[in-house]
Design a protein around this ligand. Sequence first.
Ligand SMILES: Cc1cn([C@H]2C[C@H](O)[C@@H](COP(=O)(O)OP(=O)(O)OP(=O)(O)O)O2)c(=O)[nH]c1=O
Length: 203
Amino acid sequence: MWTNQSDRLILASASPRRLQLLEQIHVPVEQLVVPADGEDEPRLSGERVTDYVTRTARDKLIRTQHYWREQHPSQPLPPMLAADTTVAMGQTILGKPLDEMDAKRILTELAGKTHDVYTAVVLSHDGQLHEALAHARVEMDTLTEPEIDHYVASGEPFGKAGAYGIQGIAAAYVKNIEGSYSAVVGLPLFETAQLLKRAGLYV
Ligand SMILES: Cc1cn([C@H]2C[C@H](O)[C@@H](COP(=O)(O)OP(=O)(O)OP(=O)(O)O)O2)c(=O)[nH]c1=O
């Protein structure tokens, strides 16, 4: 249950999935989308996947805090949450597909193998930053070329890390998952609730 009667949570994200997931656990939430290019953040050289995903979530939060302060110069900052979801095979990141060819390349890489999905969540409240990292292992079925072509033509892979949506058609291709399902969809609900509780915003 949300404890803060005066403030809603500002969701620093354009993702409709993250909004839905927060609503699922009854967090009163308002989305604030800072104009961005929608492309993946560049990775620093030698940066570990877990560091990359955490840094990216933190950057999204800080960018949105700046934007909010510009719009509301004399008001205190409300609680704000950002997240980043990254799909990886070992230390190789399989980002959002750039086009159809790229989506096919990514799906060919994932087919018949197990990969990692990491979602980092960052929450700011009362001048403090709370962070969590959730992980899942996802086993993808083998996929034929016509299956991949058909899936890419559905449009579902676009705007999604790893070029698939487990909450959509891709559920038919996911053989097994270990770890947080909601982390794969974009926001790990258990870890998010823990962060909100730690900040005194949720009981
Ligand atoms: C693997 C997987 C990813 N995704 C989505 C979750 C994220 O929205 C997206 C990963 O991109 P992100 O960069 O984490 O998020 P985003 O660009 O959608 O939103 P924002 O940066 O504004 O918060 O991929 C699914 O919806 N289902 C899946 O199964």
